[in-house]
Design a protein around this ligand. Structure first.
Ligand code: SAH
Ligand code: SF4
Ligand code: F3S
Length: 479
């Protein structure tokens, strides 16, 4: 690389700022890309995405842009001309994995000077990450963040034409970009952003810093996307936001998420799901809408994080164990067939054995269908990273083990109850592990692997469950 490098560096403290300004919506954001449409002809791209569905959806935007430039997708990173690491910053382990992958590409990049390695997503929003790239990873050619994805074609062009290393990470509250290209990565179902960012500032979490302030897309823009997906024969939309229950607050809507959910349901699309719900802002009207509309799936991901009130308070979650139970029990009563999944953190700074036991007893009460469990990972710049922590790594690992045993027991019990029953599965194609077996999710959000005749892709299929495991069901299609 020459010394003509161009750097705009991130700042987490800037990323934390919030104002009450109306957020900009930029329409026609892809029109500026037309001029770049031939840079990639005859070349290939490879994208590896880490983290949440928001990142998966961003990966689809990047793929859409690359294809507009003429690039073709490959699943073999060594064959690609442009390699993109679309990263997640939520835990240190995920970051180390990315550094490991990029580290292992050093020789490959030196032997192939025309290849371009890019890092984007949430990691570059952190100063420490960009410093590390600057000092130790010369093989990375382009770094950009979550706020300037729309600039990617322009930045790539700069790297290609001027052979300069480009780092452009903006730390702002964020805007809403409409009409960017998209190359969907899923069959049958599609991710639809309803809002960006997060203002909850849970004390352990980096997301509000890396993704900016909560800002909602306009309801008419979301509905336009849902309708166009329906026209393209997508059967399911998955509405995305870090805290969907806050949808529309920034637009002055009172019960925005329920209004949006009802409007989506009335399009008649076959299935609607949404991630992620936050217990703090849940409204009864949302539950009533779920109950009323058969095309809103009766499964809820409702992260609880901990079962202990002191820990919940120090996490800044804004609810108590009792409030969570109240909400949980109320939903079960109104919609008895509803399935629940959650997220849990063990080993938050200073968590005592008694406090951890409260999490285990919460799991006994709720008996989740499935849960994601994590050991707390300190994120620099967040309040929890400065809290006293006298719990050993070994103790934390042991808690995770005990929690996982309990979670697996309930997940398995719940799944066993499906053996012999019929479920409706949206067929997403063949399973990665076995080409002769289809895979998809049931209405209850159970992962189902099943056999059946050719041609079931993208159809909702009735499947009889023959066997159950902790994390999936096996069955055969009744067609
Ligand atoms: N917005 C969603 C999820 C965001 S991140 C929500 O509020 O539920 C996904 C999950 O990662 C969180 O639910 C939490 O369980 C976990 N997580 C976030 N920060 C973490 C950290 N510092 N250490 C361990 N787990 C973390
Ligand atoms: Fe992170 Fe909390 Fe926002 Fe979820 S709600 S993204 S855990 S700060
Ligand atoms: Fe990770 Fe960023 Fe999502 S930190 S969880 S990719 S919002």
């Amino acid at each position: 690389m020459s010394n003509k490098e161009r750097y705009i560096l991130p700042s987490l403290s800037e990323g934390r700022k919030r104002s009450r300004n109306e957020k900009d919506v930029i329409y026609g954001a892809s029109s500026a890309l037309d001029a770049l449409s031939d840079v990639g002809i005859g070349k290939k791209y490879y994208i590896r995405t880490y983290g949440c569905q928001a990142n998966v959806r961003d990966g689809e935007t990047l793929a859409g842009m690359l294809e507009m430039m003429g690039y073709e997708k490959t699943d073999n990173e060594r064959e690609a001309d442009v390699l993109i690491f679309n990263t997640c910053a939520v835990r240190q382990a995920a970051e180390e994995r990315v550094f490991g992958e990029i580290g292992s590409l050093k020789k490959f990049r030196m032997d192939n000077p025309d290849k371009i390695i890019c890092m984007c997503g949430c990691m570059p929003q952190e100063e420490v990450v960009v410093e590390r790239i600057l000092n130790q990873y010369p093989q990375v050619d382009l770094v950009f963040g979550t706020h300037n994805i729309y600039r990617f074609p322009e930045l790539l062009k700069q790297v290609l034409e001027e052979r300069q290393r480009v780092i452009e990470v903006i730390s702002e509250e964020g805007r809403v970009f409409e009409d960017l290209p998209v190359r969907r990565s899923t069959q049958g179902k599609a991710f639809v952003n309803i809002m960006y960012g997060c203002d909850k500032f849970c004390t352990y979490c980096i997301v509000p810093y890396t993704r900016g302030t909560e800002r909602s897309r306009k309801i008419e823009d979301i509905l336009k996307e849902v309708k166009s997906l329906q026209e393209k024969d997508y059967k399911e939309v998955i509405l995305l936001g870090q805290n969907v229950n806050a949808y529309g607050k920034d637009l002055g809507m009172e019960d925005g998420f329920t209004d949006l959910l009802i409007a989506c349901a009335e399009t008649g699309i076959e299935r609607i799901r949404f991630y992620t719900s936050h217990p703090r802002d849940y409204s009864i009207s949302t539950i009533e809408a779920m109950k009323k509309y058969p095309n809103i799936m009766k499964s809820l991901h409702l992260p609880v994080q901990s079962g202990n009130n002191e820990i919940l308070k120090r996490m800044n979650r804004g609810y108590t164990r009792e409030r969570y139970f109240e909400l949980f029990d109320d939903m079960k009563e109104r919609i008895p067939e509803i399935t629940f999944t959650t997220d849990l953190i063990v080993g938050f700074p200073g968590e005592t054995e008694e406090e951890f036991l409260d999490t285990l007893s919460l799991v006994d009460h709720c008996q989740f269908d499935m849960a994601y469990s994590f050991v707390y990972s300190p994120r620099s710049g967040t309040p929890a990273a400065n809290m006293q922590d006298d719990v050993s790594a070994e103790e934390k690992k042991d808690r995770l083990f005990r929690l996982n045993e309990k979670l697996a027991k309930y997940a398995n019990e719940k799944n066993q109850a499906y053996v012999g029953k019929l479920v409706k599965v949206l067929c997403e194609g063949s399973s990665k592990k076995n080409k002769d077996v289809y895979t998809g999710y049931s209405e209850e959000n159970k992962l189902v692997n099943f056999t059946g005749p050719k041609g079931l892709e993208n159809q909702i299929v009735e499947v009889e469950i023959t066997e159950a495991h902790s994390f999936s069901l096996d069955g055969k299609a009744l067609v």
